[in-house]
Design a protein around this ligand. Structure first.
Ligand code: G3H
Ligand code: 13P
Ligand code: ZN
Length: 306
């Protein structure tokens, strides 16, 4: 069944683990994630970005997720990732999503509050939960990690949550999107996280940009003709620690891309005669499953939590 995230987060908060929110773009990704979550009996969020809607088409992506819901009785939340404006959030709420994100992190404080509030009002009337964002993560475009100055301000976070009524809040404490998160040592601002978490008791915090960029995939991709250089992600122990400070949702996309691509590159190198997509998409799907299962068990800590 399709569910919201309220109970999911309440339990995660209480028990000190996090729920994985995985970005989905095609059938193999959805199937790989579903298999892992089912085997682990893990709470699950599948999230769809604007890019995913453009790539697969809104109807295809929704129907693929419906297929996942039809095939199993595994509960999952369907979430809009990085909704850019009220309209896209409204479309997804009307289209059956159980959770949406309004990402006003690029707006000024008051404007972010105003639109978040508007989304919250529309969503709550329809039983849908809302994630908002305060502070700004460096994008992959920037290829640099966030500056201190755009990390989330704890006092503003409290005011933001009170005034908007949002159900969860994405904050900036040093993570960033993409495969190149750190040039030097990987570091998150735990002091800030702890402060925000203490000032917002029982309130679920969200971490974007939380792929770990497993070096086995980077090395595999590079060994078999890739060129993804010195990619670096958030170390797993830092994510585990974050989950004990009120972080209830951890977003992962890049690691799915890396797992699939490294596996396909290896497959092509070892099987130059193969041209049936099923031959290389099958191991790619398996690699997504194995990676997600590892996260659930050893990073998020959410096995057997449904
Ligand atoms: O936050 C970004 C996610 O990784 C989604 O990426 O917009 O390329 O689908 P995308
Ligand atoms: P990664 O690029 O670290 O996987 O982050 C994904 C994300 O935050 C999706 O919203
Ligand atoms: Zn994100």
């Amino acid at each position: 069944p399709l569910i919201g995230t309220k109970e999911m987060f309440a339990r995660a908060y209480k028990e000190g683990y996090a729920v994985g929110a995985f970005n989905v773009n095609n059938m193999e990704i959805i199937q790989g994630i579903m298999e892992a979550a089912q085997e682990e009996k893990a709470p699950l969020i599948l999230q769809v970005s604007a890019g995913a809607r453009r790539y697969a088409g809104q109807t295809y992506i929704r129907k693929l997720i419906e297929a996942a819901l039809d095939e199993t009785d595994h509960p999952l939340a369907l979430h809009l990732d990085h909704g850019q404006d009220f309209e896209i959030c409204k479309q997804c709420i009307d289209g059956g999503f159980s959770s949406v994100m309004f990402d006003g992190s690029h707006l000024d404080f008051e404007e972010n509050i105003a639109i978040t509030k508007q989304v919250v009002e529309y969503a709550h009337e329809r039983g849908v939960v809302v994630e908002a964002e305060l502070g700004r993560l460096a994008g992959i475009e920037d290829d640099v990690h966030s500056e201190e100055s755009i990390y989330t301000d704890p006092d503003q976070a409290v005011e933001f949550v009170e005034r908007t009524g949002c159900d969860s809040l994405a904050i900036a404490i040093g993570t960033s999107h993409g495969a190149y998160k750190f040039t030097g040592e990987a570091r998150l601002d735990f002091e800030r996280l702890e402060k925000i978490s203490n000032m917002l008791p029982e309130f679920p915090i969200v971490l974007h940009g939380s792929s770990s960029v497993p070096q086995e995939f980077v090395e595999m991709a590079n060994k078999y003709g890739g060129d993804i250089g010195s990619a670096k992600g958030v170390p797993e122990d830092l994510l585990r620690k974050a989950a004990t400070y009120g972080v209830c949702k951890i977003n992962i996309d890049t690691d799915i891309r890396l797992a699939m691509t490294a596996t396909i590159r290896k497959h092509f190198a070892e099987n130059p005669s193969h041209f049936d997509p099923r031959q290389y998409l099958k191991p790619a799907r398996q690699a997504v499953k194995d990676m997600v299962q590892h996260k659930i068990k050893h990073v998020l800590g959410c096995s057997n939590k449904i």
